[in-house]
Design a protein around this ligand. Structure first.
Ligand code: NAP
Length: 515
């Protein structure tokens, strides 16, 4: 019933018309700075005394907007509302649910520049990254709408003479969606619409640094015709309201993307059966990464340089898939390092007000402090060869930083920094490179740059990551093309944007009738 899925094209900002449209959108968004956004519980817009204030990480004096802040009392009301709405939403025709996603995608597509400009301001994303984030959000809606149509009849099972067997999927109940700030649109959208289209009702608690773009998306869902109580918007502190939602006996599905510490905490809390709880909770937790780009001796060096720079410094290294480790074969180590340093020193860093800024700020003061601390640790653990400084006088800017000759057990080789810092380590041969890459508690993404077919085959089997790429960067998975999710402490490997994802939000029911 829908045309075949195709991912949303990226905007070419070298085209004059597109550049002007983005500049215009930035002005329009700036004109709305300071606006307040309410909570949404059922059809009720709630304004609270206490607010979450969203600031521009490029310019900390600038307030992007504020949102009302839920407390436990409001969270309780939202859970009840979502629980009531579930009683009808669960039986709504899946085609109707899918249509809401397609309409929402169309609205966002029409307002794409405005949404991108919002991310530039609220998350400090350079234009290209903001555009890709919005495109991915659109993709999630289009892709999951089609997936739901495919799944709505269930799957074939056999029937013996005298019986009729059916196997189909039903939703779980009230879902809690807790996204991170780094894909403030895409992940927030994907983890909200997947439970919705599968017939669950949703409590959306956005990240506290990027609540405005989430508030705008909730308005889009309302325009697209989502019934009352099916989506509830309850920003609040993760620690205060998050635990309450996760623990509540009436919530049934927790979908979280964020850090390892919070993810593992939610995972164990959700496992505990509370008083008056009559079900086990489904939990999707997608967490951090310590991702490696391996460069073999038989590699195309230009591809290797490009892959390392893009993976390490795209969106200032604030991607779970960021390539924060470069493991290079001894024979080509010096050449690759020299070329990467040269390219890195040419990157532009600053407020992303034009298309030419490659790297914007990091998200907030806590991130700035954490990353600059790691740079100091890195200076002890290896040789600083690029960057190494920051400036937080106006916004949270950190130069792209390379630490060379790092030991494989060093902290900057093992811990997620989540900033523009890459550690270089030498490998004596390809097996050693794989061993270094697998020496991590995480297992999210990895890239191998090689022209050696035997090494491609070996890495395919032995490089233990959820998303493995050859001869390209290790970031930038596309919905429906490279389903995304990691192994080990990177999470539950739910493979967002893939054919198995929606089933995680439902339970399968077998119905057998005898004649
Ligand atoms: P975070 O600090 O773990 O926060 C993620 C979300 O959890 C936020 O909405 C946060 O709310 C909430 N939260 C915090 N404490 C909570 C609690 N006790 N109960 C319930 N919710 C709570 O992570 P982040 O800094 O936003 O994101 C960066 C991390 O996400 C990195 O580790 C990155 O690798 C990971 N990530 C993983 C993927 C993936 O697909 N594997 C994708 C993107 C990012 P507040 O904002 O209110 O604290």
């Amino acid at each position: 019933m829908f045309p075949a899925y195709k991912h949303e094209a990226f905007t070419d900002f070298t085209v004059e018309e597109n550049r002007k449209a983005m500049e215009e959108a930035l002005k329009q968004v700036k004109a709305t700075f300071g606006k307040h956004y309410n909570l949404l519980v059922g059809s009720e817009q709630i304004t609270t005394e206490e607010k979450i204030v969203s600031i521009n990480p490029s310019n900390k004096e600038e307030v992007i907007g504020s949102v009302s802040k839920a407390n436990q009392e409001i969270a309780e009301k939202a859970i009840e509302t979502a629980y009531q709405a579930f009683q009808t939403w669960q039986y709504t025709d899946p085609v109707e649910r899918a249509n809401i996603l397609v309409r929402a995608a169309a609205i966002v597509r029409r307002r794409k520049y405005e949404f991108s400009a919002t991310l530039v301001a609220e998350a400090g994303k350079p234009w290209k990254e903001a555009d890709a984030d919005i495109a991915e959000g659109i993709d999630f809606m289009e892709y999951y709408a089609r997936q739901m149509i495919e799944l709505k009849q269930g799957k074939n099972v056999q029937s013996r003479p005298g019986e009729h067997n059916r196997y189909f999927y039903i939703p779980t109940g009230v879902a809690v969606t807790i996204p991170p700030w780094n894909f403030a649109f895409a992940i927030m959208v994907g983890t909200t619409v997947a439970p919705l289209v599968t017939g669950n009702t949703v409590l959306l608690k956005p990240a506290s640094t990027t609540p405005v773009v989430a508030a705008k998306f909730v308005e889009v869902l309302q325009k697209a015709g989502i019934p009352e109580g099916v989506i509830n918007f309850i920003p609040g502190s993760g620690a205060e309201v998050g635990d309450y939602l996760v623990d509540h006996p009436k919530t049934s599905l927790i979908t979280f993307t964020g850090s390892r510490d919070v993810g593992t905490r939610l995972y164990s809390r959700a496992a505990k059966v509370q008083q008056n709880q009559n079900h086990l909770k489904r939990v999707i937790v997608e967490m951090g990464g310590k991702d490696t780009v391996i460069v073999d001796k038989d590699a195309d060096i230009d591809i290797a340089v490009d892959a390392i720079v893009t993976s390490a410094f795209g969106f200032s290294g604030q991607k779970c898939s960021a390539g924060s480790r470069a493991v290079i074969h001894d024979d080509v180590y010096d050449e690759v390092l020299d070329k990467v340093v040269k390219r890195t020193n040419e990157l532009t860093v600053g407020e992303p007000t034009t298309k030419d800024i490659y790297m914007g700020p990091v998200i907030d003061q806590a991130a700035y402090d954490k990353i600059t601390d790691y740079i100091e640790i890195g200076k002890q653990e290896g040789r600083l060869v690029a960057g190494g400084e920051g400036d937080d006088s106006k916004g949270y800017f950190i130069k792209p930083t390379i630490i060379a000759d790092v030991d494989v057990e060093a902290r900057i080789m093992q811990e997620e920094i989540f900033g523009p810092v890459v550690a270089f380590a030498k490998a004596k041969d390809f097996d050693h490179a794989l061993e270094i890459a697998n020496n991590s508690e995480y297992g999210l993404t990895g890239a191998v740059i090689t022209n050696n077919r035997a090494h491609i085959n070996k890495a395919t089997m032995e490089f233990h990551v959820g998303n493995l790429y050859f001869n390209r960067n290790c970031t930038g998975a596309i919905v429906g093309y490279q389903p995304f999710g990691g192994f080990k402490m990177s999470g539950t490997d739910s493979k967002a944007g893939g054919p198995d994802y929606l089933a995680l939000h439902m339970q399968a029911k077998t119905v057998s009738e005898s004649f």
